[in-house]
Design a protein around this ligand. Structure first.
Ligand code: GDP
Ligand code: MG
Length: 177
């Protein structure tokens, strides 16, 4: 296949949302570059990262958007959400406040998007076992009640990070193809 023959069959915009410091940027860094930043500041965020994945033998490009820390000021703009077909709604299993904050993010997502956005609820920092404040059962229950996928991840030890992104991309592909 020559370069000219290659077609980009699918390009899906996916947004990372959730309270500050839950690990959004590190999940993306782990997924896209297999990197982790122990003391990351909001400045590491790039606007978006494009990741090529293979789904059912098709080349699918996921354009994954990360905030630049503006969620601290509740100032994520509508441009951020525009055209998104998928979302990772992230909380930190060691900070209950961030789990309770997910409702506001869901509202915001629904307000700003024109279609049904495939969303996965992500309980991140599963490595912090001794500091856990939100049980797996609570996460699952919320996801079920809201019609979301659910997974627990650790950007630190890599567990389930690829699966979180793949779940969303596969489902979008299934819906749109
Ligand atoms: P964001 O504000 O949601 O983008 O969060 P960051 O990705 O900047 O992460 C905030 C802090 O949590 C950083 O100090 C990270 O090193 C840390 N962090 C992120 N993911 C994990 C994880 O899975 N486990 C642990 N233990 N720390 C994490
Ligand atoms: Mg960030």
């Amino acid at each position: 296949q020559t370069e000219e023959e290659q077609t980009e069959d699918y390009l899906f915009k996916i947004v990372m949302i959730g309270d500050a410091a839950v690990g959004k940027s590190n999940l993306l860094a782990r997924f896209a570059r297999d990197e982790f930043y122990p003391n990351s500041k909001s400045t590491i965020g790039v606007e978006f990262q494009t990741q090529t994945m293979e789904i059912s033998g098709k080349e699918v490009k996921a354009q994954i958007w990360d905030t630049a820390g503006q969620e601290r000021f509740r100032a994520v703009t509508s441009a951020y959400y525009r055209g998104a077909v998928g979302a990772l709604l992230v909380y930190d299993i060691s900070r209950r406040q961030t789990f309770e904050g997910t409702g506001r993010w869901l509202n915001e997502l629904q307000t700003h998007s024109d279609m049904n956005v495939v969303t996965i609820l992500v309980g991140n920092k599963s490595d912090l076992k001794d500091a856990r404040e939100v049980t797996t059962a609570e996460g699952k229950a919320l996801a079920e009640a809201q019609g979301l996928f659910f997974i627990e991840t650790s950007a630190l030890d890599s567990s389930n990070v690829s699966a979180a992104f793949q779940t969303v991309v596969k489902e979008i592909y299934n819906i749109l193809s």
